[in-house]
Design a protein around this ligand. Structure first.
Ligand code: S3P
Length: 170
């Protein structure tokens, strides 16, 4: 199968959506944000989906949306931070595109994460630093293992980050 998409993975706040949009423009590719697609389809926020139907339902919707990218080519796909926890999802991304990991250090991540509407895993948590550190421990090694490269996004200009990704995938 031809590898034609770029899948951006990484922790919350690593810039998958903002970098993805610029990258797609630069490479004359289409752009899809999986979380935004789910929000459009379900007509409610990610947090509402978690509240009303639970995380399992969200993960099913996320998996279905990712599967739908198998019919899409030449597209930058921004994923949600937890997508890599499902082996099927990793298989889909590996077979249909290049996976690029957007890396971010904890301090920058804490500063960047403001929008909690689509981040139910951070609502009502007493110690954000602890929750994010644990998530990092659980996920970071997976991002690094499955991606063709990790690109640091902490304290860097968006255009520089995008240039680095372009060099990697071209
Ligand atoms: C999640 C990250 C979110 C969103 C959902 C779950 C996660 O996306 O998919 O709240 O498990 O890390 P972002 O990584 O774009 O914040």
């Amino acid at each position: 199968m031809q590898k034609s998409n770029i899948y951006l993975v990484g922790l919350m706040g690593s810039g998958k959506t903002s970098i993805g949009k610029i990258l797609a423009k630069r490479m004359s590719m289409d752009f899809i944000d999986l979380d935004d697609e789910i929000i459009k389809d379900e007509k409610c926020s990610i947090s509402e989906i978690f509240d009303r139907f639970g995380e399992k339902k969200f993960r099913d919707l996320e998996n279905k949306k990712l599967i739908s990218t198998l019919g899409v080519h030449n597209c930058v796909v921004s994923t949600g931070g937890g997508i890599v926890m499902d082996k099927d999802n990793v298989k889909i991304m590996t077979e249909n595109g290049f996976i690029v990991h957007l890396d971010i250090d904890l301090e920058t991540q804490l500063l960047r994460i403001k929008n909690k509407k689509n981040r139910p895993l951070l609502r009502n948590v007493g110690n954000e630093r602890k929750v994010l550190s644990e998530m990092r421990k659980e996920r970071d090694h997976i991002y690094k293992k499955i991606a063709i490269a990790s690109v640091d996004t902490s304290n860097r200009k968006r255009n520089d980050i995008v240039s680095e990704v372009v060099n990697i995938v071209q």
